[in-house]
Ligand binder design. Structure first.
Ligand code: AMP
Length: 221
């Protein structure tokens, strides 16, 4: 990684804005550990841990998991070896955290504020269409779309051949609730991070979004 590249990046945007896809692009360019709180919680649910059991009731109805649970989860995760830079500094690519002002404050209080926040701006109706048609691989998490990006074989992941599922929160009612939660609790972070914010039009073809993101993090000209 270049000495000037940001080493703590936050991806901000509504559910379905494309944060996971952009995370892959940044990770392959900068090699930062990708911390997706949604993925972490889904693993915890699958494993039946106490955090997973508690989180599931919120996730299934499209509500946010309480801040103290999320902050504890991230605090533990950033102490892992893959979040350590060569000088002992903490590095990460956060996807889905922070989602509230108290979560952003918790990062700042620990001296872990982001150097760059990539905000993916996508109209509400576009994300509703993306999420309701989304199917997700149970094995590797690769997202598909029933119309725009179908797998080669129905219901089976092209990458790892695991089963594709329609996530319980990717149905109309929880989608609307997640977007309401985003509007009320997460959208204020756009203003909060204005000094380090890069706004990207996320309603463009994936390769155009990827190039804009690489430019924003200083990885292309
Ligand atoms: P995602 O895959 O990022 O859309 O997250 C799925 C669900 O996990 C969300 O709808 C929330 O219920 C929960 N979640 C993920 N990250 C957070 C967070 N930072 N704060 C609160 N809830 C979260």
């Amino acid at each position: 990684m270049s000495a000037l590249a940001p080493s703590r990046i936050v991806l901000l945007g509504a559910p379905g804005a494309g944060k996971g896809t952009v995370a892959k692009v940044i990770k392959s360019e900068l090699g930062l550990a990708h911390l997706s709180t949604g993925d972490m919680l889904r693993s915890a649910v699958k494993e039946g841990t106490p955090v997973g059991t508690q989180a599931k009731t919120f996730m299934d109805r499209g509500a946010l998991v309480p801040d103290d649970v999320m902050v504890a989860l991230i605090e533990e995760r950033v102490s892992d070896a893959d979040c350590k830079g060569t000088k002992g500094d903490v590095q990460f690519l956060l996807d889905g955290f922070p989602r509230t002002l108290p979560q952003a404050d918790a990062l700042a209080d620990r001296g872990l504020g982001p150097h760059k926040v990539i905000y993916l701006n996508v109209p509400k109706e576009v994300v509703v269409a993306r999420l309701s048609g989304r199917r997700t691989c149970l094995g590797c998490g690769t997202p598909y779309h029933i119309e725009h990006r179908p797998p080669q074989k129905a219901g089976v992941c092209d990458v790892c051949a695991s089963e594709l599922v329609h996530r319980s929160d990717d149905h109309e009612t929880p989608i609307r609730k997640r977007l309401d939660a985003y509007q009320q609790m997460t959208a204020p972070l756009v203003g909060h991070y204005q000094d380090v914010l890069e706004t990207i039009d996320g309603n463009q073809p994936p390769e155009v979004v990827a190039n804009s993101v690489l430019y924003a993090i200083g990885a292309s000209s």
